[in-house]
Design a protein around this ligand. Structure first.
Ligand code: FAD
Length: 355
């Protein structure tokens, strides 16, 4: 729905955007979604996406990609619902299209289980996913030690396929890709009207964000094709997510831990926890292991910077980073928001130029 509104507002303002130059920094799921959204909905703009790492070397590439999120403390709930709903609906349309296999987007059903019932038994997204319900006592008997559970069908977006697919969509829409490390946003200011910062954890250095912390996550990729349904324990502490070619088994959430190497102690702990939930996992064959650092913040930062660069005369800056453990779940929704902010910057510049 918001996509349609965005489209009509764009058609009206499109002529004003002609010749506008936009740079997007970051080629993870947030940067690519934002770049595609801008290129497709503000067609008068020329969009350049720059990053020091592209797929398959980003954090997004290794994410399990299950759409399921938590509530951030300081962002109005309605805005968070929009981010999740827009992402869900956007990906659902892909899952329902003939592009689903190459885009790596599929529906996935399963359960989320808790030792003690959570304070909020119905998360805010309960009516956005499909078929949300509580588990019966009989169903819960599968998981001794757990007293509460939810069942639902959501989307699994496999970024190792989705990112190359988005990249192709972006270049098809006229976008340019540049591989480079940006050392400051100021260095881009002379060449662009608006810079969109989607650099994830890179924003710690790039914009000096001290509130951004890595939350280390280690996962195992297991060949166990008989497993079809996901099991998620206590909001992502342990999880088993069957995918199109392997099962992602996790995980860890180690705050402030920058280690990218696989930790054998974590491997053992993950296997021990997850085989208790799904005993047949012990028959699976380990295909590989992966570690990624979630770009975590108290709240994601999706906003216009207060001031233009270069003492107020240079490029506008729009930030879109800090999605923590839920970047895949919120990427398209925050991209739609960021695109609206880019449009408002360009309209303001157009008005100022007329004065
Ligand atoms: P990234 O993917 O890290 O991309 C950042 C981009 O910015 C990269 O291209 C990088 O090269 C570029 N960059 C940074 N600094 C600079 C610079 N100075 N100059 C140029 N380029 C720069 N989320 C979910 O929703 N569902 C899940 O099931 C899920 N599972 C996960 C499991 C694990 C183990 C982990 C670690 C994460 C998981 N996540 C999940 C979270 C998700 O991976 C992140 O929220 C998401 O990848 C963040 O995307 P991003 O685009 O902001 O960052």
């Amino acid at each position: 729905m918001r996509d349609i509104r965005l489209f009509f507002m764009t058609v009206i303002s499109c002529s004003r955007m002609r010749g506008a130059k936009v740079a997007v920094v970051g080629a993870g799921v947030v940067g690519l979604s934002t770049a595609v959204c801008i290129a497709e909905t503000l067609p008068g703009c020329s969009v350049t996406l720059m990053a020091d790492k592209f797929s398959p070397r980003t954090t997004s590439d290794g994410a399990a990609g299950i759409l399921c999120t938590e509530q951030y403390p300081d962002i109005p709930l309605e805005r968070q619902r929009c981010w999740f709903r827009d992402t869900f609906d956007h990906l659902l349309a892909i899952a329902q299209s003939r592009h689903a296999p190459e885009a790596g987007v599929l529906l996935s059903s399963g359960v989320q289980i808790f030792r003690e019932p959570p304070a909020n038994k119905r998360p805010y997204w309960w009516d956005i996913v499909f078929g949300f319900r509580f588990l019966s006592e009989r169903e819960l008997r599968r998981f001794p030690e757990h007293t509460f559970g939810q069942a639902f069908t959501t989307i699994k977006c496999e970024c190792s396929s989705y990112l190359p697919w988005l990249q192709h969509k972006f270049t098809k829409a006229g976008g340019k890709l540049v591989e480079k490390k940006v050392s400051s946003l100021e260095e881009l200011s002379p060449d662009y009207h608006v810079i969109v910062n989607c650099s994830g954890l890179g924003s710690k250095e790039l914009v000096g964000d001290v509130g951004l912390v890595p939350v280390r996550g280690q996962v195992l990729k297991v060949d166990a094709p008989w497993l079809k349904n996901f099991v998620r324990q206590e909001e992502g502490k342990s999880y088993i997510y069957p995918g199109s070619s392997y099962v992602t088994v996790g995980g860890t959430r180690q705050e402030g831990d920058w280690r990218l190497a696989v930790d054998p102690g974590d491997t053992e702990a993950i296997l021990e926890r997850c085989t208790r939930l799904e005993p047949s996992l012990c028959r699976g064959r380990m295909l590989g292991q992966w570690v990624g650092l979630r770009p975590s913040r108290r709240n994601p930062r999706v906003e216009r910077a207060g001031q233009r660069l270069g003492g107020g005369r240079g490029a506008h800056v729009v930030h879109n980073y800090g999605h923590g453990g839920y970047g895949v779940s919120l990427a398209w929704g925050t991209a739609v928001d960021a695109t609206g902010l880019v449009r408002s910057c360009l309209q303001e510049m157009h008005l100022q130029a007329k004065l």
